[in-house]
Structure formats: structure tokens, C-alpha cells
Design a protein around this ligand. Structure first.
Ligand SMILES: Nc1nc2c(ncn2[C@@H]2O[C@H](COP(=O)(O)OP(=O)(O)OP(=O)(O)O)[C@@H](O)[C@H]2O)c(=O)[nH]1
Length: 682
């Protein structure tokens, strides 16, 4: 590894669809800049990225990986983001803190749609980004066809920066569209300049013109030159590319074969010359660089295997020194993460570094040492959880450790949520999909020594009654000394949906003395916690209308028992029915998939409320529907499998609704044991 002087900083995120080659590209970027003595690859599990055991096991990135290298006196920090759609939150959190983004994708026309949500996010945040079409060795496609397909999913114009020489296995090099110099790739070495291949002149000219015309939309001088058929200078084109990329007006397109280092140096060269400097990025975010007050934002939180907390931050303004107090917490170490973890005394604006021991600080937080309250920097959008499992510690003794371990787990991964369900008493872990939750559970096991059992979460069914009934319950017990006596008439009545429970009494003449009313209500409430079908009872009113007592033997306890007996007898006569929670879902998909979504939702007993174009999403629809929660468990799995992985939904609890008789019969038959334990069967 060479020690090099640096005169500048750039932070670049590498993002893109699952397995498009991001970690391989990072390895190659490090390799060609001499930051590695030996190049690793994903199959051999020895890349700089994906070093976590959860990543090595799966041969996929499971969290943000950081690596730094120096190229031509500029210190580059690369953030390699996981590509799995279930881990998208990691990318969203990181993207808000970089100067530029390399979108790595495969040159497959049919799959460009998978980039649509990513481009949308980058454009909403106006984050400068360029495209690297990787695995060009695999695809026997026309470069311009891929480019045209990409245009359909980007609101910013795509600009070819290179033109390929050859295709697929026969790709041998490229033409730089700025200089019109042709190059021949060499494995493990920089590409060589070669004479221009005349047979490509026409296609190259079309691609170059496309680049120049797009740039001229933002530069009148260039437009004039083009109209007068003057060939613009290299400096002018590079200047425009830099200005327009920095302002997120254009998306330059590069290509290559990352695992053979093809096209990686030109990409680096472009990042060096055309990616915005940290000052430009900060200004565009409205941050005053002249101010010396330190200002930083947390992009990611890690817990080391030893349990230490590291907060990866982008320093936006001023300098952070070790030992400084930020947000009331003392910085316990500053580190450059990557191939090695290097301790630093200070970090300056533009750098991405990890701060130690920022215990109560979370991903997305804005940090400062100012006494004045500072404006929070905007945080990345939080994805709504869409998939859940119920978890329980394998070893009972571990239950006490679980809450604090879950807090750390959620600190590391802001897309996770957990809850202790009040009805089912299960601990539910929510996330973005099965793989996401499996990774989280692996971490619980490995980092916190907490092996967990999992199951499908129970649906929090409720029950109610269809009919009214006046029920009588008498409790009489003689055990030597004092006896027990209580006697009640309870009028059980259905109430409208959502009314819950109401207890009343209409006792006249003191036939049940006042002091026993609480006992009656307690008996009723106790019973309703688990009705005849085995679930909590709601939307009923119970009125104590009559009864009798014994001056010596009656007690609150005896009336409680009498009320339970009356409820047990009465509820069965009131036609109990199951109620299921209904959620309101909003599904978002590209319009091509709308009809599929309608089918999926209907097939899951959903009721479509309507669909329309999704606001501010060109070419996307939004379907709104009511869906039984029981049908939501694996909805995201089916939705993704039917929509190239891009469909997503949000949901909220809406109301309870009677389960259709046929479904209820099936359900109760399947869970016979549960209903068997209900009050009705006792
Ligand atoms: N043929 C070919 N294969 C490649 C190329 N680049 C990467 N690969 C292979 O593609 C697979 C995925 O590569 P990764 O680098 O792990 O992809 P990734 O995008 O980091 O994966 P995730 O972060 O999990 O989404 C590996 O088997 C690589 O060896 C390439 O240019 N050509």
C-alpha cells in the first residue's frame, strides 16, 4: 500500500440492485488504486466489503461497508450499500451523506425497472449520481438499447460518457466520448490507447451527439457551438459534465466488467474530475461552510463484536476533535473505517468517519457542539415495516437480556421495529422481509449470544356476539364455616363495531347490594378476556339487571364467580362470532403491474377501494384496499415476486370485521386446541 499525500476528499456511495457487482466494484476500485496488496473476490469470501459473518455466509452485503483509498491526491471514501430490496434502508440512510453516487446495474433491458425507486429517491434528494453498467461481459446487448431503457426510469437525462468496442465476451475496450480516444482493456492493468475503430464512427457520433446535446440544454455557449458545428473543447465538456452532475441535472453512464477491473479506472477518473467537492455538496444542502461550528450527521450505527458503539458520520461543517462534546456526549475516539480501522485526532468537513461511544445518538441524528439549538438536518425516509415474525428466546433465562439486545439491534438497523403485543403476548419483530429478519436474528445470536425461536405471528382475532340473552348465574358453596353466595341476572347485548365493552346495572330495591357490583363487573371482564371461541370479546354490553344475596354468605368474590357462570352460560346462547383485524393498505407499483396487484389483493379476500396514478411517481399507480390482517403476513413476498421486486406497500390498522363463516370454520378447526381452551369449553 502506498502512502500518498491528499489534497481533497470525496465520499461516494455505491448502490444498485441485488448482486449487480457493487462489492466487486469496490474491491476493484481499491485494487487499482493500490489500497490492497491482494485482490479478493466474493466467491472466495475475502473481499474488503461484506466482511461480517452474516454477509460471508450469504455471499451478499448485509449492511453498509466502508472503505477508503487515495487516487491522484484525493482521498475517496466509498460506502458499499447492500443491494437486497429488504435492506434498502441502509442505502437510504447513507445516501444523504455523500457527494456522489455510483449506481451499479446489469445491462439488462427488462430489469431497468428495478432502478426506478432508487432513481426517484436520488432525484427527490437531488443527489448527484452516475451509472456503471457492470457485467458487460455477460450481456450481448446493444449499449444504446440499454441506455434508452434506462431513460424510461429516470427523471434526469442519461448521458453516455463512453461507447463500447465489442459486446459481451468480445467487449475489448471503449471510446471516451469526451476525447474520442479509443482504449483497449487489459486484465490487471490500465487500458491502452488504440487507434479509433472506424467501423464504429457512426454509432460513436450518435452517442457523442446525444451527450453534447443534453449538456447544451444547460449551457447556451455549448448550444451555439453545436449550432455552428464547432467541436467544443475537452475542457468545456468536462466543465459542463462536472457542473451538471454536481447539480443533479444529468446522469453520466459508464460501463465495464468489475471482476476484471475493466472500466474501473475511467470511472475513478470521472469521479475525480466530475464528482462535486464536499464544499459544493454542503452548499447545495444549505450548509454555511464559513461557520466553524462542527456539524455532522449519523449515516449508520455499528456495534463491534466487543459491544462498542461506532457512529458513522458525515462531517458537514467545521472539525470534530477526539474528546469534544457533541449533543452533550463526549466523542470517545475518531476512526477512519475500512481495510483497517485507523484512529484520527480530528475529522474535517467532507470526511466520513466513525465516532466512538456516542451512546444515546442514533442514525440520522444531527450532531453539533453549539449551545444554540441547531436545525436538524433532514433524515432519510423511514420505510414502513411490512413483514413480521414472533420471536422468543431459546433459553428462558435469556428473556431478560432480550430488551437491551433488541434496542442495540434496532440502533444498528433502523428498518427494524419490535413490539410486545398486548393481545397475543408475543414479541413481534418487524422488518422488510424474511431475509432482513433472518439477518437480524443471526446478529442476535452471534453478537448478543441470544439464539431465538421464531414463529408466524398470531393474528389478534377478537370475538363478539350477534344476539342478546338474559343469563342467570348462581354461585353457592358451603365449606364448613362461612358459605359463598352470589346470584345475578346479566343482560348480554351486542354493540356496534368499535364500541368496545360497557358494563351497567339497573338494580332496584337493593336486590344486589352496591358493594357487590365491582365483583360482578370483575367476573364479567375476567370472562371476556377469553370468550367461547378463545379470543378477547369486544363490542358487547353487559347489564346487571337482577339477582339476590345472602346477608352472611355473600361476598364480592362470590358475585364474581356468579357473574362468570352467567357469562359462560349466556355467551354460548348469544351466537358468538369471530372478528378479524382489517388493515388499510396502499400498494405502489409500476402501472404495468397494477392489474396483477388487483388480482393479488382480491385473491387474499381484500376489498379494493380504488386505484389511481401515484402522485409524483411517473408511471406508477397506487392501489388502496382493505385487507384482512391474516392475509398480510406474506403479502410483500408475493408482491415482490410479481413486480420484479419493486412493488411495496404501507398499511395501518383500520377496523374489526366478522370473519366469513366458511373461513372461521376452517380457522377454528385448524386451531382446535386454542378454541378448546376458551371459556366456552371449560
Ligand atoms: N460476469 C461477471 N460477474 C461479476 C462481475 N462483477 C461481479 N460479478 C459477480 O456477481 C456476483 C455478485 O457480485 P457482488 O459484488 O457480491 O454483488 P453486490 O452488488 O455487491 O451484491 P449485494 O450487495 O449483495 O447486492 C459475484 O458472483 C461476482 O463475482 C462482472 O463484471 N462480470
Amino acid at each position: 500500500m502506498k502512502a500518498q499525500q491528499t489534497s481533497g476528499i470525496r465520499s461516494v456511495a455505491i448502490v444498485g440492485p441485488y448482486l449487480s457487482g457493487k462489492t466487486t466494484l469496490l474491491e476493484s476500485l481499491l485494487w487499482v488504486t493500490d489500497a490492497l496488496t491482494r485482490k479478493g473476490n466474493v466467491q472466495d469470501k475475502n473481499t474488503v466489503g461484506d466482511s461480517a459473518p452474516e454477509a460471508r455466509d450469504r455471499q451478499m452485503s448485509v449492511e453498509l461497508n466502508v472503505a477508503s483509498t487515495t487516487y491522484n491526491t484525493v482521498r475517496f471514501t466509498f460506502l458499499d450499500c447492500p443491494g437486497s430490496i429488504e435492506l434498502a434502508q441502509e442505502s437510504l440512510n447513507a445516501l444523504v451523506g455523500v457527494d456522489a453516487v455510483v449506481v451499479v446495474c446489469e445491462p439488462v433491458v427488462d430489469r431497468v425497472l428495478t432502478l426506478s425507486p432508487l432513481f426517484k429517491y436520488l432525484d427527490d434528494w437531488e443527489i448527484p449520481h452516475l451509472v456503471f453498467l457492470n457485467k458487460m461481459d455477460r450481456a450481448d446487448v446493444d449499449f444504446m438499447d440499454v441506455l434508452n431503457a434506462l431513460k424510461t426510469v429516470s427523471s434526469r437525462p442519461l448521458v453516455p460518457h463512453q461507447y463500447p468496442i465489442g459486446r459481451g465476451e468480445s467487449l475489448i475496450g471503449f471510446i471516451d466520448l469526451v476525447t474520442e480516444q479509443a482504449y483497449h482493456y487489459h486484465p490487471g492493468a490500465p487500458a491502452d490507447p488504440i487507434p479509433f475503430p472506424d467501423e464504429l464512427k457512426e454509432q460513436e457520433q450518435i452517442a457523442r451527439m446525444e451527450m453534447l446535446e443534453t449538456l447544451s440544454n444547460f449551457d447556451d455557449h455549448l448550444l451555439e457551438e453545436l449550432l455552428e458545428e464547432i467541436n467544443p473543447s475537452e475542457e468545456e465538456i468536462v466543465q459542463d459534465l462536472k457542473l451538471d452532475l454536481g447539480a443533479d441535472l444529468i446522469v453520466p453512464v459508464f460501463f465495464g466488467v468489475a471482476d476484471r477491473d475493466f472500466g474501473v479506472r475511467p470511472l475513478l477518473e470521472a469521479l475525480l474530475r466530475e464528482a462535486p467537492e464536499p464544499e459544493t455538496t454542503a452548499e447545495r444542502r444549505g450548509i454555511t461552510l464559513s461557520a466553524s461550528t462542527p456539524l455532522a450527521q449519523v449515516l449508520k450505527t455499528y456495534f463491534t463484536p466487543q459491544g462498542g458503539k461506532l457512529s458513522l458520520v458525515r462531517v458537514w461543517q467545521g472539525a470534530i476533535a477526539d474528546g469534544m462534546t457533541l449533543n452533550g456526549i463526549r466523542v470517545g475516539g475518531i476512526y477512519e473505517l475500512g481495510q483497517q480501522q485507523t484512529s484520527l485526532n480530528q475529522a474535517h468537513s467532507g470526511q466520513i468517519v466513525a465516532l466512538g461511544r456516542m451512546e444515546s445518538i442514533h442514525t440520522g441524528d444531527t450532531l453539533t457542539n453549539s449551545d444554540q439549538p441547531c436545525n436538524e438536518l433532514p433524515k432519510a425516509e423511514q420505510l414502513a415495516p411490512v413483514f413480521a415474525v414472533a420471536i422468543a428466546a431459546e433459553k428462558r433465562n435469556d428473556e431478560v437480556k432480550l430488551t437491551s439486545a433488541l434496542a442495540k439491534l434496532l440502533d444498528e438497523d433502523s428498518a427494524l421495529r419490535w413490539e410486545h403485543h398486548a393481545d397475543t403476548h408475543e414479541i413481534i419483530l418487524w422488518g422488510q422481509g424474511d431475509i432482513h429478519l433472518q439477518i437480524a436474528l443471526d446478529r442476535l445470536r452471534r453478537k448478543f449470544n441470544l439464539p431465538m425461536k421464531t414463529s408466524k405471528p398470531q393474528v389478534p382475532y377478537k370475538e363478539t356476539v350477534r344476539k342478546s340473552f338474559l343469563s342467570h348465574g348462581r354461585y353457592k358453596h358451603q365449606t364448613g364455616g362461612h358459605g359463598q353466595f352470589g346470584d345475578v341476572y346479566l343482560d348480554i347485548k351486542p354493540m356496534p363495531r368499535g364500541e368496545g365493552f360497557r358494563f351497567a346495572e339497573t338494580i332496584v330495591g337493593g336486590v344486589v347490594p352496591k358493594q357487590f357490583f365491582p365483583g360482578v363487573e370483575m367476573g364479567v371482564r375476567d370472562y371476556l378476556a377469553q370468550g367461547p371461541l378463545g379470543f378477547p370479546v369486544v363490542d358487547v354490553s353487559v347489564t346487571l339487571t337482577n339477582g339476590s344475596y345472602h346477608s352472611v354468605d355473600s361476598s364480592e368474590q362470590a358475585f364474581k364467580q356468579a357473574a362468570r357462570i352467567a357469562m359462560q352460560e349466556g355467551m354460548m346462547r348469544c351466537e358468538p362470532v369471530l372478528l378479524e383485524p382489517i388493515v388499510r393498505i396502499t400498494v405502489s407499483v409500476p402501472t404495468d403491474f397494477t392489474s396483477k396487484v388487483l388480482r393479488i389483493v382480491s385473491g387474499r379476500r381484500g376489498q379494493i377501494l380504488g386505484y389511481d396514478a401515484k402522485a409524483n411517481w411517473i408511471g406508477w399507480d397506487e392501489v388502496v384496499a382493505l385487507l384482512p390482517q391474516a392475509e398480510m403476513h406474506d403479502l410483500i413476498v408475493e408482491l415482490r415476486s410479481q413486480t420484479l421486486g419493486v412493488g411495496f406497500f404501507q398499511w395501518e390498522a383500520d377496523h374489526l370485521q366478522e370473519v366469513p363463516d366458511k373461513v372461521a370454520e376452517r380457522m377454528l378447526a385448524a386451531s382446535g386446541s386454542r378454541s378448546g381452551s376458551g371459556n366456552g369449553k371449560k
